[in-house]
Design a protein around this ligand. Structure first.
Ligand SMILES: O=P(O)(O)OC[C@H]1O[C@H](O[C@H]2O[C@H](CO)[C@@H](O)[C@H](O)[C@H]2O)[C@H](O)[C@@H](O)[C@@H]1O
Length: 267
């Protein structure tokens, strides 16, 4: 939203793509959370969706033929705590490793090998984090995340991320389940191979959607954009940075305008 409380106008090409999208019989609106529904903040537990985004998501969720989903890198428990999504909104967490597609969603269960790999990755990240004030390690069912947003010296933040990446890559020689990925002021490791593209495909199959809208801000969202069908689905990059998404909006404050446009054309 702009300073005077008015949603910025949509770019004409995006407006026209949303109009065509809304004309499909069944649609899926899938949204990343951090940096899309909610502005990025220092502490992950303090993230909060912009009220206009939360309201627009709730409005869309109640419409006939419209499915909504959050597709997040967060653990499902953390996602539901900060996003407080509508009950009917489908959830993909841990970058695709966790799913809540109905009331009986099975919990993620790790094999003994995955648990051993996760414990080893955790020891590596915790010991590095202990040497860098301001850094901390987030625990998720399938992974661990080294956060450096609150490290005051950018060079120190870069160094610890680089050291951690090298250490985890070495550890992956012993524990091949370990994967490593970058995000915004984080280094993530997981012992379950999954990505948001797989999560989106699962949502598409589950909902039977004829068209999918996906909005994301981070490098991990590119796996989602890669699964979209040109001319049918709508991919929206939120904020700056290279992307395969054909459309872009400035930030979370511009998302409600997108959601409201779809809601208006579906009503
Ligand atoms: O896929 P997302 O919903 O965008 O989740 C990606 C990661 O989000 C969280 O970290 C990011 O947001 C934090 C709060 O704004 C910020 O402090 C951090 O620097 C960001 O990287 C979350 O903590 C991670 O687990 C998610 O993977």
């Amino acid at each position: 939203m702009t300073g005077n409380g008015v949603q910025p106008a949509l770019e004409p090409e995006l407006g026209s793509a949303l109009r065509s999208f809304a004309d499909h019989r069944t649609v899926l609106v899938a949204l990343d959370f951090d940096g899309v529904m909610a502005p990025l903040v220092d502490r992950a537990e303090d993230a909060c969706p912009l009220p206009e985004n939360a309201h627009a998501l709730a409005s869309l969720t109640g419409l006939a033929g419209v499915h909504t989903a959050l597709v997040s890198g967060r653990a499902l428990e953390s996602l539901t705590a900060v996003a407080a999504p509508p009950a009917a909104t489908l959830l993909i967490g841990s970058h695709g490793a966790e799913r809540r597609l109905g009331p009986d969603a099975p919990p993620l269960i790790l094999t003994d090998t995955q648990q051993a790999a996760l414990a080893a990755a955790e020891r590596t990240l915790e010991s590095l984090s202990a040497t860098v004030p301001g850094s901390w390690v987030e625990h998720k069912p399938a992974g661990r995340v080294l956060h450096v947003r609150q490290v005051s010296d950018p060079a120190q933040a870069r160094d610890v991320v680089g050291t951690a990446e090298t250490a985890l890559t070495t550890l992956a020689g012993e524990h091949p389940e370990i994967t490593v990925g970058h995000g915004k002021a984080v280094l993530e490791t997981s012992v379950v191979r999954a990505d948001k593209g797989q999560g989106l495909e699962l949502l598409r199959q589950t909902t039977g959607a004829d068209a999918v809208l996906f909005a994301g801000d981070d490098v991990t969202d590119e796996a989602g954009f890669a699964r979209l069908r040109p001319g049918v689905d709508v991919g929206i990059k939120v904020g700056q940075g290279p992307t395969a998404a054909p459309f872009r909006i400035a930030g979370p404050q511009a998302l409600a305008g997108v959601l409201q446009a779809v809601a208006q054309w579906r009503a």
